[in-house]
Design a protein around this ligand. Structure first.
Ligand SMILES: Cc1cn([C@H]2C[C@H](O)[C@@H](COP(=O)(O)OP(=O)(O)O[C@H]3O[C@@H](C)C(=O)[C@@H](O)[C@H]3O)O2)c(=O)[nH]c1=O
Length: 190
């Protein structure tokens, strides 16, 4: 597999090795040894799947405390997936990276704990799945508005379909700084 660092330190783009033949294709989506070599922890405790229609946008989400590292991928369709660094003391505060993930390109994004995450659907349907390093803890959910101009994500769609919860998310400037994670909160101690 090919692992590429993104412009946000810690966020990785993973391109599994695809084995195509006359039947279709095969690829490994998780291998404890290989992903550990790439710097991705193996302590996943929950797998999630969501199915969404074209134009749906889910995000930008974070749990804190109890942040989840997420290894995300698409099993049907295509999405534009985004990680945002809103750790309050990060030199990259406010920066984002995005990648197009599809079942055809089989790409995965590693979103480390402490980063906000979201995606929008570019195909008629997208089945999105992700491994998480911590459990769902709705009482710790935070989030910021998908189109906050202070982040300025270049989403490849306008007027997305949002949940009521996501419509009501605050802008970054409306979130008290001490509610955001710091780098140390989720630093990996070797
Ligand atoms: C995330 C989650 C939701 N749920 C339930 C709660 C709710 O009734 C229903 C839908 O939840 P949500 O609206 O929060 O789902 P969704 O908007 O898809 O939330 C997800 O968005 C992406 C961008 C992420 O990064 C994820 O971590 C998660 O926050 O599913 C669980 O049971 N377990 C879970 O882990």
């Amino acid at each position: 597999m090919k692992v590429t660092e993104t412009t946000l330190p810690g966020v990785l783009l993973i391109e599994p090795r695809l084995f195509g033949d006359s039947r279709g294709a095969f690829w490994e989506t998780w291998n404890a040894t290989r992903y550990a070599e790439a710097g991705i922890p193996s302590a996943f405790v929950q797998d999630n799947v969501s199915r969404s229609s074209r134009g749906v946008l889910r995000g930008l989400h974070l749990q804190h405390p109890q942040a989840q590292g997420k290894l995300v991928q698409v099993l049907q369709g295509e999405v534009f997936d985004v990680a945002v660094d809103l750790r309050r003391d990060s030199p990259c505060f406010g920066q984002w990276v995005g990648a197009t993930l599809s079942v055809e390109n089989a790409r995965q994004l590693w979103v480390p704990p402490g980063f906000h995450h979201g995606f929008c659907v570019l195909s008629d349907v997208a089945v999105f799945c992700y491994k998480c390093t911590d459990f769902y803890a709705p009482q710790t959910e935070l989030g910021v508005l998908w189109n906050d101009p202070d982040i300025g994500i270049d989403w490849p769609l306008e007027d997305p379909i949002l949940s009521d919860k996501d419509v009501a998310l605050p802008r970054v400037s409306e979130v008290a700084r001490d509610r955001l994670p710091s780098i140390a909160d989720y630093e990996v101690v070797e």
